[in-house]
Write a protein that binds this ligand. Structure first.
Ligand SMILES: O=C1C[C@@](O)(C(=O)O)C[C@@H](O)[C@@H]1O
Length: 153
């Protein structure tokens, strides 16, 4: 899924969602809620636009696609918001791509991963992200935009 908004005064934020997040709304609603990925894209783009940013929202179930999207952000985006889903806990490649593009990145998780299985408590991405937001539901994406609004020119 891809969506975008235009004319960003402060540049565009790449909003990247990883595997299974396309199923938001029907996937384990007791954990992830009833909002869909389209709802996430809409609220994130609205928050970004209100702060003078554009938002390009991309979702993929494939690790290499996420790496490619991160590479594409170099020179086209001013920041990254990433929920890498399960790849958070496994992917050195996504970690390295975030580090390589040298853009401010915010890691978001809808659920509170620290209240869940042990394997979800470690993130390969947190060390290369400026901020980590977990357990705020889909409002975590808005909080990520708010952080970027406060910290970027
Ligand atoms: O797919 C996901 C979603 C998630 O990133 C979250 O947003 O809470 C948490 C991950 O552990 C899980 O694999």
């Amino acid at each position: 899924m891809t969506s975008s908004t235009q004319a960003p005064r402060r540049g565009s934020i790449l909003v990247l969602n990883g595997p299974n997040l396309n199923l938001l709304g029907t996937r384990e609603p007791a954990i992830y809620g009833s909002a869909t990925l389209d709802d996430v894209a809409t609220l994130t783009a609205a928050a970004a636009n209100a702060a003078g940013f554009g938002a390009e929202c991309i979702q993929s179930n494939h690790e290499g696609d996420l790496v490619d999207a991160l590479h594409g952000a170099r020179g086209t985006a001013v920041a990254i918001i990433i929920n890498a889903g399960a790849y958070t806990h496994t992917s050195v490649a996504i970690r390295d791509a975030i580090a390589a593009v040298e853009l401010p990145a915010v890691e978001v998780h809808i659920s509170n991963v620290h209240q869940r299985e042990e394997f979800r408590r470690h993130s390969y991405l947190s060390a290369v992200c400026q901020a980590v937001i977990v357990g705020a539901g889909i409002h975590g994406y808005e909080l990520a935009v708010s952080y970027l609004d406060k910290t970027l020119p």
